[in-house]
Design a protein around this ligand. Sequence first.
Ligand code: ZN
Length: 308
Amino acid sequence: MRLEGIHHVTAITGNAPANVAFYTGVLGLRLVAKSVNQDDPTVYHLFYSDEVGSAGADITFFEYPGAPPGRAGGGMVHRVVWRVASPAAIDFWEDRLSALDDAHVIRAGDALQFSDPEGLRHELVVSDRDGTLSARHPEIPAEHALRGFDGVRMYTLRPDHSARMLVELMGAAELGDGVFELRGERRGGTIAFDPVPEKRGLQGGGTVHHVALGTTAEQHPEWERWLRASGVQTSGIVDRHYFHSIYYREPGGILYEIADDAPGFTVDGTVEELGTKIILPPWYEPQREQIEAQLTPLPDPRAGWASA
Ligand code: ZN
C-alpha cells in the first residue's frame, strides 16, 4: 500500500476573478471545475489542473470573497513545487513571471520561486519523472508548460513527530535534509520540512488549507482502516463528488487528506466541457438560479481561443 505523492493542494483565495486570471492566464493551467463550497453554495470551490483534470496537477481554491492575504506559519504548507521539463522552461517562466508587478521572482540555479497575487509561494523545478500532466495555452509552448506537482514544503511544529508519521504510517522514504518521498506505482512526490518562522501563521488569501496525497480507488478504504487501527483520528471516508477523501491532522499541525481518483472530473461531462458550467451538489440543483445570481461572475478563461 503506497501513497502516490501529491494528489491536490487546496488553498484560499479572497479574489476569485484574479485567481482565475493568474492560474489560467499566467500559469496556463486549465480551470477544470467551477464548483461551490458544499457547506456554503454562495462561494466557489475552483479547481485547476492539466488538460484532462488529472490528480497530481490539481490546485484548488476555496473562495472567501474579500479575505485579506494570510501568512504561512507553523502547521502550514508554505510552498507548492511544480515540475517543468528543462532549464529552458525555467528561463521562459523567469521572463514571463518577472513581467508581473507582484510575483516576487527568485531564480536559484535551475529553480524558480514566485508568488501568486495573494502571496502564495510556488517553485518550479526541472524533472522528467512521472510523465507530463500539462494543459495547453496559446502563449505557453507545450515544452515549457507546468507538468504537475513535484511536492510541497511545509512548516511543521513538531518535525520529529511529523517525520515519524510520514515514514511509519504513510510509507514515506526519507531522502535527507527534511525531505520525504511518497511514491506509488503510478507517480510520486515529496514533502519537505523547513524551519518554522517566528511570526504565527494566519489563514487567509494565498495560504494553503490542506494537502491531499493520492492513492487508488481500491486502496483508499484500506488507508482509512490502517490509519484508524494506528490510532489516528480521521474524518472517515467523505464523498467529494470528484473523488473520495479521508482527512486527518498530522502531529505538526498540517491537515492531510488521502484522495483516490474515482470518478474524476469527467463525472460532470466530457473533457471538452470541463470547467465551463457551475457544478452544484445535487441537493442544491433546484436552487441553481438563485445560487448562480449570488456567485461572483467569472469569465470563461478560454473565451476567444478559437479565433486566437
Ligand atoms: Zn482536498
